[in-house]
Design a binder for this molecule. Structure first.
Ligand SMILES: *Cc1c(COP(=O)(O)O)cnc(C)c1O
Length: 461
């Protein structure tokens, strides 16, 4: 790591404005929870004390981002802010062509429509909800090729985001490389608990895909957090800067989709980046249909300015160390209370193993959904389900039954203090003490797509 001047991960910033929070009572929370159908996505945020629902778009912007925000050029076409945005992406990520989108899924939609043909196979290191849905809507089928270790919450392998290249090779042999438009690689792997992929694995994948003429598309949503883990864990990277590791990761791929709402420290935004001119040309055309002109893609000029500054801040060594340090602090605290969490601790949150926490519930009684509801009831801490509800249904209507049944405590960047993390860990410990008495849920409303966002539940008696 670049020479740091202090040993602890303390924040490389101070606060000059705070947002006041409403404190609630348990009866109030019981009522809110019932009204929300036991789905934390349907709670009103005003009724939430510490909001760990997601790290998406919940970041605090810096004074520099706010200043840049004010300089936004809101011209419809060719805005100066677009060029600042494009230059930051070229400089820090190295891709040749850039298409702004309103958020990550906008980029996934466009990319999937361009690269995937009906009947194609899209291998990836574990699925992500919106990514897989866009692949399926474009006629493709996602196949998980992550290493087996990633599906085991107790396995402490340091790079659980790695691809199993023999799994990919089997797909190539079975379907032929021409049926595989690209391999989709996430950094860090959200659904596995924020687990990183190593540079070595990415290099091996690059060699393999080059041989077979298959592209690699990066889901670079948390690329800088992944780079931090590489710096800390991978041989030969200890003295490299996160900035350079991020650049190297991107250089091993052909393009990327990005949700700037995570790593890039803003509240909205995303992009598609690609090195291939033909793909870019088609994307530049399609973006007009779904997002807006190719020099704003659904974003205001001010958003693009804030992203440009956020990208730069995200690759700062001190920033990432405090970011991941805070996540580790919460995880270690929970472990001390005996709470079963996914190990090693990931980059953007703590994932509690709900199957282990509530062994009395079957997966059809939604253990993770139940646990998220109980944690809210306990203390007003909002988390979310990452289990059978999030996994949804296969195109043929059957439920996906993922091995992992997790509750995600996602930490927004630069938002909460260490004392907040103490309260979170204590709240979970209190639920843990009464875990044997907890009953499950039944689903009473199920939307067709991405059901975890809007499904509602009732308590089982
Ligand atoms: C958030 C996220 C997306 C989708 O991005 P949005 O900005 O929410 O549309 C894609 N992939 C991963 C890994 C994500 O975490």
């Amino acid at each position: 790591m670049a020479k740091l001047t202090h040993k602890s991960w303390a924040e490389p910033y101070k606060m000059k404005m705070v947002e006041l929070l409403k404190m609630t009572t348990r009866p109030q929370r019981a009522k809110s929870l019932k009204n929300a159908g036991y789905n934390t996505f349907l709670l009103q945020s005003d009724d939430v004390y510490i909001d760990l629902l997601t790290d998406s778009g919940t970041n605090s912007m810096s004074d520099r981002q706010w200043s840049a925000f004010m300089t936004g050029d809101e011209a419809y076409a060719g805005s100066k802010s677009y060029y600042n945005f494009e230059n930051a992406i070229k400089k820090y990520y190295g891709y040749k062509y850039v298409i702004p989108t309103h958020q990550g899924r906008g980029a996934e939609n466009i990319l999937s429509q361009i690269l995937i043909k009906k009947g194609d196979i899209v291998p990836g290191n574990m699925y992500f909800t919106t990514t897989r849905l866009h692949q399926e809507l474009a006629g493709g089928r996602f196949v998980d090729i992550i290493i087996d270790e990633a599906h085991d919450p107790t396995n402490t392998f340091e790079f659980k985001g790695n691809v199993d290249i023999t799994k990919l090779d089997k797909l190539v042999k079975k379907y032929g490389a021409s049926k595989i438009p690209y391999v989709c690689i996430a950094t860090t792997v959200n659904m596995a608990g924020g687990q990183p992929i190593s540079i070595q694995n990415l290099k091996e994948l690059r060699t393999y895909t080059n041989k077979h003429g298959i592209k690699i598309i990066l889901d670079m949503t948390r690329v800088a957090e992944n780079a931090y883990f590489i710096q800390q864990r991978e041989k030969g990277y200890r003295d490299k800067k996160i900035k350079d590791i991020v650049f190297e990761i991107c250089s091993l791929t052909d393009g990327a989709t990005m949700s700037a709402k995570k790593d890039a420290l803003v509240n909205i935004g995303g992009f598609l980046a690609i090195n291939d001119w033909d793909v870019f040309e088609e994307a530049r055309n399609l973006v007009v249909v779904y997002e807006g002109l190719h020099t704003y893609g659904g974003l205001a000029g001010r958003d693009m300015e804030a992203i440009a500054v956020g990208i730069k801040e995200s690759v700062n060594d001190y920033h990432q160390r405090a970011r991941v340090g805070q996540v580790e602090y919460l995880g270690e605290k929970m472990s001390k209370y005996g709470i079963p969490i996914v190990k090693p601790i990931g980059g953007h949150g703590i994932f509690v193993d709900a199957k282990e926490f509530l062994p009395q519930l079957t997966q059809d009684e939604f253990p993770a959904q139940t646990l998220a509801a109980e944690i809210y009831l306990e203390s007003g801490v909002r988390t979310m389900e990452r289990g059978v509800v999030s996994a949804g249904r296969k195109p043929n209507g059957e439920n996906y039954y993922p091995k992992l049944e997790l509750v995600r405590f996602t930490i927004p960047r630069r938002v909460y203090t260490q004392a907040h993390m103490d309260v979170v860990a204590e709240s979970v410990a209190m639920v843990y003490d009464r875990r044997k008495k907890i009953k499950g849920l039944k689903m009473v409303y199920e939307p067709k797509y991405l059901r975890f966002f809007q499904a509602t539940f009732e308590k089982l008696k």
